[in-house]
Design a binder for this molecule. Structure first.
Ligand code: ADP
Ligand code: ZN
Length: 215
C-alpha cells in the first residue's frame, strides 16, 4: 500500500519506536528517518557528524538542535522523501518541532499525525537493561533467544553504551524535560496526536497505530 503520509513517532526511550517505525515505513512504502540510528551509523563510519554526536549520546544528553535539523533538512531534500516519510526519535525538543514545521511549510507540506507510544518508567528500565544490539550494524537482537551473534551480519552483540542504567535514568529525565513538551506543542497546534499504549505485543501495538491513523 502506498499513500502520501507524513508521521512523527514519539515516546520515551525503549518504547518500541524503532520496531513499530520499521513496520509502518514498510507498510506505507515511505522512508523512515530515525535520528538515533543515523547518528550511530555516522559514529561507526567515523564521520564528522558521528564525532560531534558521540559525547552527547554516551552521556544520555541530546545532540544540539542545529546538528539534528541539518540532518533532517538534507533527508527531506531527497527524492525518496517527496511522497511521505516517517520520523522516529525526532523531533525531541520544541525547537526541533518548530524547525520541522518551517521545513515542511516551505515545501508546502504538513504532518498527518503524531503517534505517541506510552510506556511506564519501570518497563523502560526493564527493557533497556536487557537490550542487546549488534556492535557492527546496530540491529537490535530479538529478545529471549540467548543469541550471541547478530542475525543480520553475524557481528557480536553488545549493550549500547547509553543503555547502562545510569545513562538510562538520565535519558528518561531528558525525555521528561525536553521531549514531553513537544507533545503539548503538537496538541496545541492543529496536528492530530494519538496516544497508543506501547505494551501488549508488537502486532497488537501496530494494529492500534493503524486503526488510529486510518480514522
Ligand atoms: P532512544 O529512543 O532509545 O533513546 P535513540 O536511538 O532515538 O534512542 O537516540 C539515542 C541518542 O541519540 C539520544 O539519547 C541522543 O543523544 C541522540 N539523539 C537521537 N535523536 C535525537 C534528536 N532528535 N535530537 C537530539 N539528540 C538525538
Ligand atoms: Zn549486525
Amino acid at each position: 500500500m502506498t499513500r502520501v503520509l507524513r508521521l512523527v513517532l514519539m515516546g520515551p526511550p525503549g518504547a518500541g519506536k524503532g520496531t513499530q517505525g520499521e513496520l509502518l515505513a514498510h507498510r506505507f512504502g515511505i522512508p523512515r528517518y530515525a535520528t538515533g540510528d543515523i547518528l550511530r551509523a555516522s559514529r561507526r563510519d567515523g564521520s564528522e557528524l558521528g564525532r560531534k554526536a558521540q559525547s552527547f549520546m554516551d552521556a544520555g544528553e541530546l545532540v544540539p538542535d542545529e546538528v539534528i535539523l541539518g540532518l533532517i533538512g538534507e533527508a527531506l531534500d531527497t527524492p525518496e522523501a517527496q511522497d511521505g516519510c516517517l520520523f522516529d526519535g525526532f523531533p525531541r525538543t520544541v525547537a526541533q518541532a518548530e524547525g520541522l514545521d518551517t521545513l515542511l511549510r516551505e515545501a508546502g507540506r504538513e504532518l498527518d499525525a503524531v503517534v505517541n507510544l506510552a510506556v511506564s518508567d519501570a518497563e523502560i528500565v526493564r527493557r533497556l537493561s536487557s537490550r542487546r544490539v549488534c556492535g557492527d550494524c546496530g540491529t537490535v537482537a530479538p529478545t529471549g533467544e540467548g543469541r550471541r551473534e547478530c542475525p543480520g551480519c553475524g557481528g557480536g552483540l553488545v549493550t549500547r553504551p547509553d543503555d547502562r542504567p545510569e545513562t538510562v535514568l538520565r535519558r528518561l529525565e531528558v525525555y521528561r524535560e525536553q521531549t514531553e513538551p513537544v507533545l503539548s506543542w503538537y496538541r496545541d497546534s492543529s496536528t492530530r496526536v494519538f496516544d497508543i499504549p506501547g505494551t501488549g505485543g508488537v502486532a497488537r501495538v501496530q494494529e492500534l497505530i493503524l486503526e488510529a491513523i486510518a480514522a
